[in-house]
Ligand binder design. Structure first.
Ligand code: F0G
Length: 465
């Protein structure tokens, strides 16, 4: 063990506290409720010790960078996790051996050359959070919040979800020997996500309402039953989700990219990533903040409208409607945290249409990466931010891809068969903008000649592929 590692293992836990974002009341870590007991607003994890020293767990910026890098060669479960590798900037558990991890995090950063050309920027990257164990960014938060649930002695955990949270929660609960309750809007989540919750043994209820309705029901359930809420209103979820930003900065050798672009649904993830950037600056690991921008679907644009219509002062809830079902959310719980992040980093908020989302998803796929529709709003939004001059051609941009392509194969198949927009008001627009990206599967006789004909035709009509 190095000196640094030895000093870490001797450190006292409980360096963090929970603070209300509304009234500022401060409580001890490990609270059973995820809302403020005084005013009901959301809580956030704070680290008062840093303020005094500018250091996390007694280490300076260079010490932290070195320690985190060194752990990448370790086979200890905690170090193999791309979340707990950064445990100096996370709330401490009483017993590190009780962490529930699926070796989440450590997700790749890819260059996106042709998407960069489509958007008009020279340096475009994607950090693919869909490469996590259950196929979405939720795992990075779930490892932390589920570990706290187990530490708190809960037998049941629960969430309302558009699908990814439920898949992730069910997996981590199963690993911990806890039971999980999933509330999802009936008919509004993809089969891939639903099947994961079932496979991991969750008690799964499809409610006859939308996501916002599921949230309301769950709020009442947790009042009545000893169930721990694992939605992103849970402050420990956001602590884990922070680490994607830390990993990203490490990958760029602690030189912040100019822009980071993230999809916005319930707005937990944008809040978490923004918190990480601010904390990394406070600790001296970076000298400059990236601008963090949030993109929403036009049909689920509560944050966009909130900023335009009230300057971020009052939430403007909407009735949500979008094929990007992961972000079909009308009343985002973490809107205040997201507004704070937009203001602190100087980011923008944009909205994109259904056709723009479908096109962007196909373009990301054509770069050999792939993602689910909600993730593709980032590229669609980037194009708008470039057109507005907010993102300059020579600036570096990172898109946060939040979910795996295989989460929603139905969307992709319909897109390529050309019937995604059939019977919708977008049919004509889709026809003119998307056809060149469609690659419908072909049914042929089992003959080499038939296949060769197809090859020759493809080469003639579409040589760039
Ligand atoms: N992308 C994907 C793939 C998601 O699943 C979600 C949220 C988001 C983006 C938006 O993130 O809510 O933190 O702003 N999915 C949640 C769920 C709501 O239940 O799986 P956010």
């Amino acid at each position: 063990m190095t000196d640094q590692a030895a000093s870490i293992s001797k450190l006292e836990p409980a360096v963090s506290q929970l603070r209300c974002i509304g009234c500022g009341a401060v409580g001890e870590d490990g609270a059973k409720s995820v809302r403020c007991a005084q005013c009901g607003d959301l809580l956030e994890v704070i680290y008062p010790g840093w303020k005094a020293s500018g250091r996390a767990d007694g280490l300076d910026a260079a010490g932290l960078k070195g320690l985190w890098k060194q752990r990448r060669t370790s086979y200890k479960a905690l170090d193999e996790s791309g979340v707990w590798r950064f445990r100096e900037v996370l709330p401490a558990l009483h017993d590190w051996n009780r962490v529930i991890t699926l070796r989440e995090g450590n997700t790749p950063v890819y260059e996106l050359p042709s998407c960069g050309r489509a958007a008009g920027v020279q340096q475009l990257y994607a950090k693919h959070q869909g490469m996590n164990p259950t196929g979405s960014f939720k795992d990075t938060g779930m490892t932390v919040a589920a570990s706290f649930a187990r530490q708190g002695g809960f037998r049941w955990v629960a969430c309302a979800s558009t699908g990814n949270t439920s898949a992730s929660m069910a997996a981590y609960a199963a690993r911990a020997g806890m039971r999980s309750l999933v509330l999802i809007p009936q008919g509004q989540i993809t089969w891939g996500k639903l099947s994961q919750a079932l496979d991991y043994g969750a008690v799964t209820c499809q409610l006859k309402t939308d996501f916002d309705g599921c949230m309301k029901v769950l709020d009442e359930v947790v009042q009545r039953m000893p169930v721990y809420l694992l939605n992103s209103v849970n402050p420990y979820r956001l602590e884990g989700q922070k680490t994607a930003a830390v990993e990203l900065l490490e990958r760029f050798d602690w030189q912040s990219p100019d822009h980071v672009i993230v999809p916005g649904g319930n707005l937990g993830n944008s809040s978490a990533l923004g918190k990480a950037f601010l904390e990394m600056k406070e600790l001296g690991l970076i000298s400059r903040l990236p601008k963090l921008s949030v993109i929403q679907a036009e049909g689920a644009n509560a944050l966009f409208r909130t900023m335009r219509e009230t300057g971020g002062k009052e939430l403007v809830p909407v009735h949500a409607e979008t094929m990007a079902t992961a972000i079909r959310i009308g009343s985002p719980a973490s809107w205040k945290k997201a507004v704070r992040v937009l203001e602190a980093t100087g980011g923008a908020v944009e909205q994109v249409s259904e056709v723009e989302i479908a096109l962007a998803k196909a373009e990301i796929g054509a770069d050999g990466i792939g993602c689910e529709p909600a993730s593709a709003v980032t590229l669609a939004g980037l194009k708008k931010l470039v057109a507005q001059g907010f993102v300059k051609k020579n600036e570096s941009v990172v898109l946060i891809l939040t979910g795996n392509l295989l989460k929603d194969p139905d969307f992709t198949l319909k897109f390529h068969r050309g019937d995604l927009f059939t019977g919708t008001p977008h049919e004509e627009e889709a026809e003119s903008l998307l056809t060149h990206r469609q690659r419908a599967p072909m049914v042929l006789d089992a003959s080499a000649s038939a296949v060769v004909k197809v090859l020759e035709h493809a080469e003639r009509t579409d040589p760039a592929g």
